[in-house]
Ligand binder design. Structure first.
Ligand SMILES: NC(=O)c1ccc[n+]([C@@H]2O[C@H](COP(=O)([O-])OP(=O)(O)OC[C@H]3O[C@@H](n4cnc5c(N)ncnc54)[C@H](OP(=O)(O)O)[C@@H]3O)[C@@H](O)[C@H]2O)c1
Length: 337
């Protein structure tokens, strides 16, 4: 298999390239080279996809499959224009952020409404337009390939090499031990997929020439169960204190990501649909999800090896968590633990 991976140097696309090499594929990674290098053994073509002529670096080449993780419609358009008729199978990695309705639980890929595409003159670097830009990217893929493309709308991805910290916060926090502030209620649903499982399925899809649009998400899991699996994976014996949503909102804790946040927590009922997608069509098409204890264990090992400071992109600092727990216990009329 001659595979072209756009990116290949950071997280999902890097994992795809790594696994493809392990499968014995001939792997080319195309990126600017500013976020790191592709895995050893891959050929690296240096190009900037914001340059409309970037694809000239791949002129005349043929690939059995392409995997693209772009966020900008113009990049997707240029790639398809230059390469589509010289590529057997095309995968586009999209996102659950394309969906318009975040509130209704159990939505399916074939019936869930989408956001409108981004306006044609939109600033493609505007992170506030992320979901709409991905809708536009999907439309560009459909215009070029018709039904002959594999479009995977990823949900929250966790695992080694994640620099977003949304899942990683939990293995790191539980491994530190002590009293842990857990957000919302143990029965609230979350959904996270191990980057290696998503990546393996993308490669299986390319090998089997799978087409169609799917949600690439983990199994719907109650938050309490997720933290139990994380604790099992990192060998932690922490004590969880569940703090309700109203208190967190009142104390200006951000949901999901960013500074002073509780990763993976989302306000309900507004986001009850975000982490409860019915991905049965993806599972029927071969997506398999490992025990999240393994994801937690390997994420922690990678974080420790990487020497990164924490929290970086998401989560509470130790001081913020301690202050919030003290205020919570005071409100409950309880002594702190
Ligand atoms: N992470 C999540 O939880 C999550 C959730 C839902 C959906 N997704 C989707 O999953 C996909 C993977 O996301 P990721 O964050 O894991 O990506 P990633 O693997 O980090 O890939 C980004 C790659 O694109 C390259 N790149 C960026 N700008 C470029 C440019 N102008 N020209 C050429 N190459 C460029 C980067 O290398 P250089 O910077 O060196 O160029 C890097 O290798 C995305 O499609 C995202 O929308 C992710």
């Amino acid at each position: 298999m001659r595979l072209l991976v756009f990116g290949g140097s950071v997280f999902l696309s890097r994992t795809v390239a790594q696994q493809a090499l392990q499968r014995g594929y001939d792997v080319t990674c195309a990126s600017r080279g500013v976020s790191g290098s592709p895995p050893e053994g891959a050929r690296h073509v240096t190009l900037d996809r914001d340059d409309p002529d970037a694809m000239a670096s791949l002129r005349g080449e043929r690939f059995d499959a392409v995997i693209d993780v772009a966020r900008r419609p113009s990049q997707v358009r240029h790639a398809l224009r230059a390469l589509s008729d010289r590529v057997g199978h095309w995968t586009f990695v999209s996102t659950g952020s394309v969906y318009a309705d975040t509130a209704t639980p159990g939505q399916r890929v074939d019936s869930a409404p989408l956001l409108p595409p981004a306006p044609p003159d939109a600033d493609e670097s505007d992170i506030g337009l992320y979901g709409q830009l991905k809708v536009s990217c999907e439309q560009v893929v459909a215009a070029a390939r018709g039904d002959d493309a594999f479009v995977v709308r990823a949900g929250l991805i966790g695992g080694p090499h994640d620099v977003g910290d949304r899942f990683s916060y939990w293995p790191l926090r539980l491994a530190r031990g002590g009293e842990v502030l857990a957000p919302g209620a143990p029965e609230d649903d979350v959904q996270v997929i191990d980057v290696r499982d998503l990546s393996a399925w993308l490669l299986d899809g390319a090998a089997q020439r799978l087409t169609g649009t799917y949600d690439g998400v983990g199994e719907v899991t109650p938050f309490g169960r997720l933290l139990e699996r994380v604790a099992a994976g990192v060998g932690a014996h922490s004590h969880l204190t569940w703090v309700d949503q109203e208190f967190l909102v009142g104390h200006k804790v951000e949901p999901y990501m960013g500074e002073r946040s509780l990763p993976m927590w989302l306000p309900l009922p507004e986001y009850a649909g975000w982490s409860s997608r019915d991905a049965s069509s993806a599972y029927a098409a071969g997506l398999r999800c490992r025990d999240l204890a393994e994801t937690a264990r390997d994420t922690l090992a990678w974080e420790r090896d990487s020497g990164r400071e924490h929290p970086v992109n998401a989560g509470l600092t130790e001081a913020e968590e301690a202050e919030l727990l003290a205020a919570w216990h005071e409100r409950q009329g309880e002594p702190g633990s």
